[in-house]
Design a binder for this molecule. Structure first.
Ligand SMILES: *Cc1c(COP(=O)(O)O)cnc(C)c1O
Length: 379
């Protein structure tokens, strides 16, 4: 079955007791057993498993083209669960332009538990190769990157990781499973903050890991239950409602973002536009080959630095000034002050996160109104 059909049907069948077409919110903490140890459908306690969550896990696994989905209460909880598969002394190679909270997990939480990491520019294969040590167990890719929207060649990095016997995780949050399939490209784990495009309506926090290897899935399920960062059934229900329209929404995000990117690239007050769909993007060809669309995220540098950027961000009306991304409504933010404040200033500068940099999450409003809003704010 193809994506749109899986989005609506995978993991979900009418409720066996009533025929309800929508998977119910199983708002329960425990399940009554018929006799000690004899459960109905392996449900005994809702941290271990809950039918609403099972439906979501099967749905997301299908969308990622994987066998096992393991859901968490946030993207950060999902990422932490993956890092809990490592042991003290292990080493991770991490791409240099990751989500701020991802960097914080490595730098502040897992470093003190003895998990070492190296940050590299994964657009540079020589630098990537050189970062491996005999202790490297995991490679952490985010592509497109945040907020510079660099594109990393998943196949090429997976090939290097395999030579070293390391697993590869791809944070697929920006691309969405509709536009990019990391597991098909050889990665071992696809990871999402489902708070973003998967949720799509800015009303739920969630995360997921999708894998093919049964042994890795078992390990992650064990950690999901043992550490306990599980999503509640209501959040799972909201996400199931969201995935039904993921393909429709993402198509509109891509269309609108392309129009906005072209508009911005031609505006005299804009110094630079980062959007993988523009031929001026340094990895445009790779993006076109690796992805099925270019997504809804754009970063721009405004001429005039912080004062100009601040004025622009105060003037927009339809674009709401806020962190997060991937919702149907357009958002705009200032990475250096907002989402990427946890990254040391000198590291930010090196990446290109300058004071004039503004990130846009282009929503699915009428694109004429979006361009009109930007035009007013820049004018
Ligand atoms: C938001 C985000 C995360 C963290 O997810 P939460 O749901 O906020 O915990 C991880 N990676 C990327 C790329 C994100 O945008």
């Amino acid at each position: 079955m193809k994506f749109g059909t899986l989005a609506i049907h995978a993991g979900q069948s009418p409720d066996p007791t009533t025929g309800a077409i929508m998977t119910p919110v199983y708002q329960t903490s425990t399940f009554v057993q018929e006799s000690p140890g004899r459960t109905k459908g392996n449900y005994d306690y809702a941290r271990s498993a809950n039918p609403t969550r099972t439906a979501l896990e099967e749905n997301l696994a299908a969308l990622e083209g994987g066998r096992f989905g393991i859901c968490f209460s946030s993207g950060c909880a999902a990422m932490a669960a993956m890092l809990h598969t490592l042991a003290s002394g292990d080493h991770v190679v991490v791409c240099d332009d990751v989500y701020g909270g991802t960097f914080r997990l490595f730098d502040k939480i897992f470093a003190q538990l003895g998990i070492a990491y190296s940050i590299v520019d994964m657009c540079n294969m020589a630098q990537t190769k050189a970062a491996f040590t005999p202790k490297t167990k995991l490679v952490w890719i985010e592509t497109p990157t945040n907020p510079m929207l660099k594109i990393i060649d998943i196949r090429a990095v997976v090939a290097i990781a395999k030579q070293h016997g390391a697993l590869t995780l791809v944070d697929n949050t920006f691309a969405t499973p509709y536009l990019q399939s990391p597991l098909e490209l050889g990665a071992d784990v696809a990871c999402h903050s489902s708070t973003k495009y998967i949720g799509g309506h800015s009303d739920v926090i969630g995360g997921v890991l999708v894998v093919n290897d049964p042994a890795l899935a078992e390990k992650l399920h064990y950690i999901q239950n043992a550490v306990g960062g599980v999503p509640g059934p209501w959040d799972c229900f909201l996400l199931l409602r969201s995935t039904k329209t993921l393909h429709v929404r993402v198509r509109e995000h891509c269309k609108n973002a392309m129009t906005v990117a072209v508009y911005l690239e031609n505006h005299p007050r804009i110094e630079k536009v980062y959007y993988p769909g523009l031929p001026s993007h340094p990895q445009h060809k790779l993006a076109a080959a690796q992805m099925r669309g270019f997504g809804g995220m754009i970063s721009v540098v405004i001429k005039g630095g912080l004062p100009a950027a601040t004025q622009f961000l105060e003037r927009v009306k339809l674009f709401s000034l806020g962190e997060s991304l991937g919702g149907v409504e357009s958002l705009i933010e200032h990475p250096a002050i907002m989402t990427h404040a946890t990254i040391p200033a000198e590291h930010r500068e090196k990446l290109g996160i300058v004071d004039g940099l503004v990130r846009l999450s282009v929503g699915i409003e009428d694109v004429d109104d979006l361009v009109g809003d930007l035009d007013r704010a820049l004018g």
